[in-house]
Design a protein around this ligand. Structure first.
Ligand code: SF4
Length: 215
């Protein structure tokens, strides 16, 4: 098994494989309006701690990992029962429910669901209990959307993790997946690095390369 894949890269990979590869292989980390707003949404959940509300313990920024899948990261919030001091989580929680905070209004996105499902797979391995569902909290509409971790979603999630590992083990110089110009590119923080208008069209790319070396 290669080094662990950061959980958040799964979301990038299902948004666009090239975006995940630019981060994983070339180490690009650019910001734009959307990533900065995302950072603000995560300000509270990035601070590790816990609180007890209505009989449930809320664990914030809980580190999670899976040795089986070669994955690590953190959960924004995990709702744990029974309620009490978090050290009880080391004994045996009876129920764990991950909640991921996301920008935007309440809407289903496959990449968000897979990221949440990967958190559930980690929690199941760490605590040895089933985690059948979780939720995405949509910050703009302040509503949460429950997600069931169906066999199909678990399969999609594990396949995406395998694809990311394959990228890491593809040899000393793994190649980037080709750019595919799509609506999602407009919100991608790596737009200026990727240049999909050019890189999605091999002929335009060749012309740009020639122009570059002729100047
Ligand atoms: S700009 Fe588009 S093709 Fe390029 S990495 Fe972002 S989403 Fe993918």
């Amino acid at each position: 098994m290669t080094e662990p894949i950061p959980l958040s890269l799964l979301n990038d990979h299902l948004y666009c494989p090239r975006r995940a590869a630019l981060k994983l292989i070339e180490g690009w980390r650019e910001s734009n309006e959307h990533t900065l707003r995302g950072d603000i949404v995560h300000e509270h959940t990035d601070q590790r701690g816990y609180e007890v509300r209505q009989g449930v313990t809320l664990l914030r920024a809980l580190p999670v990992f899976s040795e089986r899948l070669g994955l690590n990261g953190k959960c924004d919030i995990v709702e744990m029962e029974p309620a009490g001091h978090p050290s009880r989580v080391q004994l045996q929680p009876t129920s764990l429910f991950p909640v991921e905070f996301k920008l935007g209004r309440r809407r289903r996105w496959e990449n968000d669901d897979a990221q949440l499902c990967a958190q559930a797979l980690c929690l199941e391995e760490m605590f040895g209990i089933p985690v059948p569902r979780g939720a995405v909290f949509h910050a703009d509409s302040k509503r949460r959307r429950e997600v069931e971790f169906t066999p199909e979603l678990r399969r999609l999630t594990e396949e995406a993790i395998s694809e990311l590992h394959a990228l890491l083990t593809a040899g000393p110089e793994p190649s980037l997946p080709p750019a595919v110009l799509k609506n999602a590119c407009e919100e991608c923080s790596l737009y200026k690095v990727c240049l999909p208008q050019v890189t999605s069209q091999p002929a335009a790319l060749a012309q740009a390369s020639r122009a570059l070396f002729q100047t």
